[in-house]
Design a protein around this ligand. Structure first.
Ligand code: NI
Length: 174
């Protein structure tokens, strides 16, 4: 089900989210939440969405993107739907990357954010299965952005230079 997206200013987006408890895995409630996240993200054309963005302060997010559908980024590859629950991420190495991020909760805007290039991650899917891995590409960027949502952090709060906050259409026009 497509649900209303919460926008910057909504207290939900600034509230740290709580972990999914062991007994919540495989529940109907969790399945419904994941479906709503997936439907809403597909409807709005995002690459990732976290539960607080639809008003649910739980540590659940989904990431899904396909190179052919995302004209605004090049060389991102494909990421079929990944359901990510209770994620933990740790930076690997000292390399940083600069990227012009956008967010469904700040429609029309984008801004330059510096983040660790490479991360190690651990998360569970909706059945409770554990996934572990490393990434230094677009997935690492999206996962860091989405994990911030679970801690009540929006990307402008990470920006070092607020003059790099812009409307996407102004950048294109400029
Ligand atoms: Ni976002």
């Amino acid at each position: 089900m497509i649900v209303a997206i919460r926008k910057m200013g909504d207290p939900c987006l600034l509230t740290p989210s709580t972990a999914i408890a062991p007994e919540e895995f495989n529940s109907m409630e969790l399945k419904q939440l994941i479906q709503n996240l997936r439907d809403t993200q597909r409807h709005l054309g995002g690459v990732g969405i976290a539960a607080p963005q639809i008003g649910i302060n739980k540590r659940v997010l989904v990431i899904e993107y396909y190179q052919t559908q995302i004209a605004r980024y090049s060389d991102i590859g494909d990421c079929p739907l990944r359901v990510i629950i209770n994620p933990e991420i740790t930076p690997m190495g000292d390399d940083l990357s600069v990227f012009n991020e956008s967010c469904l909760s700040l429609p029309g805007l984008c801004g330059e954010v510096i983040r660790p290039q490479a991360i190690r991650y651990r998360y569970h899917d909706e059945t409770g299965q554990l996934y572990e891995g490393e990434d230094a590409d677009f997935f690492a960027r999206v996962l860091q952005h989405e994990c911030d949502h679970l801690d009540g952090v929006l990307y402008p709060m990470r920006m070092q230079d607020m003059s790099k906050l812009a409307f996407v259409d102004a950048l294109v026009a400029g």
